[in-house]
Design a binder for this molecule. Structure first.
Ligand code: ATP
Length: 249
């Protein structure tokens, strides 16, 4: 039992959740390591949403709302940490949700599909092996996508993503929004819009923005999107991390 007054209570609760999901069999050993890497970066940013991340979140939501066929890609970690929030975000941005597992197996797919159903979401994509296709005919497990979801999408939101898949998605001409606590990762650098923040803070903020931006007209959304530079935003995040690190010493 973690005492509520522990200075790192929230972070330790997340760690417990990740351990639970691992025990239940739908989160891999590598998923735990990826979480640990995220924790380290979250520590450096002070476990708060930085101003540049907030800016990227706004642009990301406008991009999802503007998309013709937007898809939120989920895996074991993101499901464990944010399942209800992903479902809510999908509703508010008219996006689909698709499962993509680095280490895909039948058991993991079954457990995660059931979780989405239990949380009231019936349309999870990417769970039927027979309907999986390869993006641009690249015969790699990282290029798999469901026909009606990522394969046909114009915008994909990814989190806890690996650089190889991000590259395949970007090269196929899709607009990629990445949520990644590491601003130096290949995914963060490759994506069109990178939100350097923890998904547990980002997704609720995205839902709030979606509710506000849904009433904006197309030209206002376009203006928001066109002013954004991912390279600039990543640099601002890096500068911010440096400062917050010094303020801790
Ligand atoms: P790349 O191939 O893009 O360089 P990587 O090999 O570092 O990435 P993984 O080890 O798969 O990728 O880790 C996934 C990424 O997710 C890491 O950069 C980590 O910082 C980030 N991450 C982990 N937990 C979270 C979280 N809760 N919210 C946002 N990002 C997270």
């Amino acid at each position: 039992m973690i005492p509520k007054n522990h200075p790192r209570y929230e972070s330790l609760i997340l760690r417990e959740k990740i351990k639970e999901a691992h025990k239940k069999g739908y989160l891999t050993d590598s998923g735990m390591i990826a979480h640990g890497r995220g924790e380290a970066f979250d520590y450096l940013i002070g476990e708060k949403t930085m101003p540049p991340a907030n800016e990227a979140i706004k642009v990301a939501v406008a991009t999802l709302i503007q998309a013709k066929n937007s898809v939120i890609s989920v895996n074991g970690n993101s499901t464990e940490l944010d399942i209800d929030e992903f479902i809510e975000l999908a509703k508010n941005t008219d996006s689909k949700i698709e499962l993509n597992l680095f280490y895909r197996n039948k058991k993991r797919v079954e457990i995660i599909s059931k979780l989405y159903k239990d949380h009231g979401y019936e349309n999870l994509l990417g769970i039927d092996d027979k309907k999986i296709r390869y993006i641009d005919n690249i015969d790699s497990p990282r290029a798999t996508a469901s026909e009606e979801g990522i394969y046909k999408s114009d915008v994909v939101l990814v989190s806890l993503e690996d650089g190889d898949r991000a590259e395949v998605l970007v090269d196929s001409g899709k607009k990629i929004i990445a949520i990644d606590l590491n601003p130096l990762s290949r995914t963060a650098k490759m994506a069109n819009i990178t939100i350097v923040d923890n998904i547990v803070r980002t997704i609720p903020l995205m839902i709030e923005y979606a509710k506000k931006l849904n009433s904006k007209d197309e030209s206002q959304l376009k203006e928001l999107i066109s002013d954004f530079s991912n390279a600039k935003n990543l640099n601002e995040s890096l500068k911010y991390m440096e400062l917050s690190k010094l303020s801790k010493s």
